[in-house]
Design a protein around this ligand. Sequence first.
Ligand code: ZN
Length: 306
Amino acid sequence: MSQPDDRSETRLRVSSEAVHQRRRRAAGAGALALAAFVVWGIASLGGGSSSSAPADAFASRIQAIGGIGSGSLLAKVTKVDEAAIDSVLVTTPYIVKGGGEKKAVALTFDDGPSEYTPRVLAILRNQGVSGTFFSLGGLISTFGPNSVSARDAGNVIADHTWSHPQLPTLSIGEQQSEINRTSAAITALGLDAPRLFRPPYGAYDQATLAAAKKKKMLLVLWDVDSLDWSRPGVDAIVNNVLSQVQSGSIILMHDGGGPREQTLAALPRIIEGLRTRGYSMVTVPRLLAEDPPRAGETPPPVGAGA
Ligand code: ZN
């Protein structure tokens, strides 16, 4: 449902409710270990004297530092986020939402980078929130600088294949190529290798999982679809999000793949509405660090006859 041709969405798409129930039954030992690590990681970010600095000063320090260098604050943030991803990957190869224990959600943007990406970034920057951008490798040669700007502003760049295919129709080699070429294009920009992957249309099979595992990537699906790709009107996009959102939600929007004026008009209202409802908006890795899915859940059966 992330694109016009998403209407035949595969049945491999995970039911968030099923995941939720498995999560409820799951033990929390891994989550506790992660929480301990995250507390350590966040405590280490402040670097002593600055640990009591207000949050906006913290953000401006990240902005000021800009690029990732060894020992930079941004690099330390990345390390904590990567540890959160590693911890989740121990228990599941995919997620549809966070743990739901905190009032935090993740805004995600697919099918860029594009000419719309700078305008999305400007809205996020003005509102003081960060997002996660699932990017197409095939667009990076044209719009790559927009991905760099996104990263520099504290957003996360993730992998959404090279050419947006229906992955289950491809061989494992072709699937690996779609994922790996995009990862290489992202790192060629000077960005970290992506650790998050979203299959186009939410469609994947065992070969996709194997290809992602090889690159230590976590599949990130979603539980709230704004349906912005169908351009249903700004009010409808806003309502689609605000009527479905819950703690831990991963919200699907698009910064590419077609005209996105409606998305751009809806985004400030969505952010305002989420804030009014008490939600903070964070990147997917940050959501995993602060509100991880519960440890112990098992992946659904995939690929059988699909
Ligand atoms: Zn897409």
